[in-house]
Design a protein around this ligand. Structure first.
Ligand SMILES: Nc1nc2c(ncn2[C@@H]2O[C@H](COP(=O)(O)OP(=O)(O)OP(=O)(O)O)[C@@H](O)[C@H]2O)c(=O)[nH]1
Ligand SMILES: [Zn+2]
Length: 371
């Protein structure tokens, strides 16, 4: 890759001090936000891995572990935020070897958000350009699961790309590609093999230097194998048994964000297996854009495409233009999003109520103490 002439070591102009972070996704937009929010002496860094309140961060000068300051931790808690791979932080390093402190989180760009087990949205990867939806052309092939992942990917704001991997096992990939195109209107579909390295250039083309992508797919889809093929070496965490204390399996490396040689950054989050949709994180209109196009001509603007008169979606079903199975998947995902939205509303109400109860108690106590 070409190095910009003004990025030679020691020649970085003072106005663009973090230019060396560009291959890690640093952009003029981030530089602008940083200028407003970065206190003197602090610097930006990108989270390559986050675990139990600690973050491994890539800065302009190298990699460092950091922990949020008390004030930043309180803000993260109050706003229900957890740091994730791809985040941009502002951090401060004490002189000497002390651990760096994270001061602030820069506003997240397109991010992948799922419904967490606790009923709260959970951001899995941030500042994304592309979401690779990985599905193996073996027993892993499953269209309803792909539709669910597509809703999540469209909801991120980044570009979804379907990657059908293990093409070497499929014989003819064409029919699979056609079936996927049928449920993923407007989405690029690539057939690749990590084993024979066929089609990997299509993936590389989606990920120029400075861009960030995330790999999403169920267990066994072939994500880690793809990552290794793109890295050109086995970088993925390997699991091993900790013999000394016999506490069983643990991961030897936490790393989740990788910079690919001469390309952009790729996030492989092992946690993305079964994904629940949440109201803010899923985009059903883009996922089912064929349905949305018909829905535009329904007689009622708030048509639910059930039994209303003048429903264009029902008409498409009746005339065989819309596959009943696809319509069924749409209804199921819509119910799920509505349920999670209601659950989240209920939780917010409960939290608000609890807060007012606490304040009421506090006031009563104060009155008692100072009649
Ligand atoms: N034939 C063939 N096998 C592949 C290919 N890619 C992956 N595999 C195999 O598929 C299995 C699963 O691959 P992984 O890369 O571990 O899948 P993963 O999506 O990372 O799975 P998790 O780590 O559980 O999320 C492994 O046995 C791989 O060797 C491919 O292109 N061709
Ligand atoms: Zn309708």
């Amino acid at each position: 890759m070409h190095q910009p002439a003004n990025a030679l070591p020691g020649h970085a102009p003072a106005s663009r001090p973090f230019e060396s972070l560009q291959p890690w996704g640093w952009s003029p937009a981030l530089a602008e936000v940083c200028q407003d929010r970065c206190p003197p002496g602090a610097e930006p860094g990108r989270v390559v891995a986050a675990s139990r309140g600690l973050a491994l961060v890539q800065t302009a000068t190298g990699e460092t572990w950091c922990a949020p300051t008390g004030r930043f931790r309180a803000r993260l808690q109050a706003e229900d935020l957890t740091l994730c791979a791809g985040d941009w932080l502002l951090l401060e390093r004490p002189p000497g070897d002390g651990r760096a402190s994270a001061l602030d989180l820069l506003p997240r760009g397109p991010s992948l958000t799922r419904q967490g087990a606790s009923g709260r949205p959970q951001v899995l990867a941030a500042h994304l350009d592309v979401v690779f939806l990985v599905m193996g052309l073996d027993r892993n092939f499953n269209l309803p699961r792909l539709e669910r992942l597509l809703a999540l990917a469209w909801g991120s704001g980044a570009r979804p790309v379907v990657v059908l991997t293990k093409a070497d096992l499929a014989g003819e990939a064409g029919p699979f590609v056609a079936r996927v195109e049928g449920v993923a209107p407007g989405v690029a579909v690539l057939a690749v093999s990590a084993l024979t390295e066929t089609g990997l250039d299509g993936l590389r083309a989606c990920l120029p230097p400075g861009a960030t992508a995330v790999l999403v797919g169920s267990s066994g889809a072939g994500k880690s194998t793809l990552l290794n093929a793109l890295m050109g070496e086995a970088v993925r965490r390997t699991r091993e048994v900790r013999a000394s204390d016999g506490r069983g399996r643990h991961t030897t490396s936490l790393r989740e964000l990788f910079r690919l040689p001469d390309l952009g950054c790729l996030i492989d989050t092992p946690g993305i297996r079964e994904v629940g949709l949440c109201a803010g994180g899923a985009d059903l209109d883009s996922t089912f854009s064929d349905l949305a196009a018909w829905a535009a001509s329904c007689r009622f603007r708030d048509c639910t495409h059930g039994a209303e008169p003048g429903c264009a979606v029902q008409a498409a079903l009746a005339e065989g233009r819309l596959d009943p199975e696809r319509y069924g998947h749409y209804l199921r995902l819509r119910r799920e999003v509505a349920f999670e939205a209601a659950r989240s509303d209920a939780r917010l109400w409960r939290e608000r109520e609890d807060k007012w109860k606490r304040i009421g108690k506090m006031l009563k106590q104060m009155k008692k103490e100072r009649p």
